[in-house]
Design a protein around this ligand. Structure first.
Ligand code: CP
Ligand code: NVA
Length: 313
């Protein structure tokens, strides 16, 4: 049996495949009719197909965008919260993978542990898509690159500054920098870079223009895009210590003034105004966060079609 087309992490996927998925996302978005938001896409490429969405953590955007995206493509979804499954009573993820594979055509998982997602993928006989783990968030990055290119133009050679926690989303930015060929300047407190260890180790063997410092101004200087994320990710415990360490990394108007004059601001959301970003920045004209949220839909539709229908090749 052929290995299913899993979408687990950007660094494991071919750069050409990622670019083809992104271009398909742009085409799907451009082809959307102006009528009802959940109207069917031309050709309904996933007609008759079913996606299971398995959540071990909360979600608004991932839950909605995969759900709506499948319907627009002609398919259907079933949403599973881990606590409602026998998984919550000790059935293994491996057995869950084998069983779900008998019912559905693909599985999206948002997992507490990256290893759970890997175990699911290694025993599923249908494609598995990473909808966020503690280690990475590749679907987010496909939407983010799409958003950057819509607002600024081709991302290759451009400069992105990540300011804040060295977390799962930051790790996927490192993967994306190598795959899409942009410069990445990360400013993270030294004690909050644990989430980047594997990505930084991987990046050592890649052609990638990247730096890591504890200096937000240095990271942002001249950047085409400034991006941040929550100081407290789902599952983080040390809330007070994190907020204290991250206070100097807040993205405010003063920090944005060091970026390029037409720089955009991005955030995967949910945001916490007054913590990682001020309202003055996220609610200003340089902020593209609502397009970024919408683009989860278009990017993931292209991922679904790639994984489930084999397009584009
Ligand atoms: N950005 C993102 O993944 O949002 P949700 O947690 O709401 O899915
Ligand atoms: N880093 C955040 C991203 C949420 C979409 C978290 O893992 O909670």
């Amino acid at each position: 049996m052929d290995t299913p087309r899993h979408f687990l992490d950007l660094h494991e996927l071919d750069a050409g495949v990622l670019r083809a998925i992104l271009e398909h996302a742009k085409a799907l978005k451009a082809a959307r009719p102006s009528r009802g938001k959940v109207s069917l896409d031309e050709g309904a490429p996933l007609d008759g197909m079913m996606l299971a969405m398995l959540f071990e953590k909360p979600s608004t955007r991932t839950r909605m965008s995969f759900n709506v995206g499948m319907r627009q493509l002609g398919g259907q979804v079933v949403v599973l919260n881990a606590d409602d499954l026998q998984l919550g009573r000790g059935e293994t993820i491996v057995d869950t993978a084998r069983v779900l594979s008998r019912y559905v055509d693909a599985i999206m998982i948002r997992s507490n542990r990256h290893q759970n997602m890997l175990d699911l993928a290694s025993h599923a006989t249908v494609p598995v898509i990473n909808g966020l783990t503690d280690d990475s968030h590749p679907c987010q990055l496909m939407a983010d690159v799409l958003t950057f290119e819509e607002h600024v133009g081709p991302i290759r050679g451009k400069s992105i500054a990540w300011v804040g926690d060295g977390n799962n989303v930051a790790a996927s930015w490192i993967h994306a920098a190598a795959k899409f060929g942009f410069s990445l300047r990360l400013a993270c407190p030294e004690d909050l870079r644990g989430g980047l260890t594997a990505a930084l180790e991987w990046a050592r063997y890649e052609t990638i223009d990247m730096s890591v410092s504890a200096n937000p101004i240095e990271a942002v200087a001249g950047a085409d895009c400034v991006v941040t994320d929550t100081w407290v990710s789902m599952g983080d415990a040390d809330i007070d210590a994190r907020c204290e360490m991250l206070a100097p990394y807040q993205v405010d108007k003063k920090l944005m003034s060091h970026a390029a004059s037409n720089a955009i601001f991005m955030h995967c959301l949910p945001a916490h105004r007054g913590e990682e970003v001020t309202a003055e920045v996220i609610d200003s004209s340089c902020s593209v966060v609502w397009d970024e949220a919408e683009n989860r839909l278009h990017a993931q539709k292209a991922i679904l079609v790639w994984a489930m229908a084999g397009l584009p090749a």
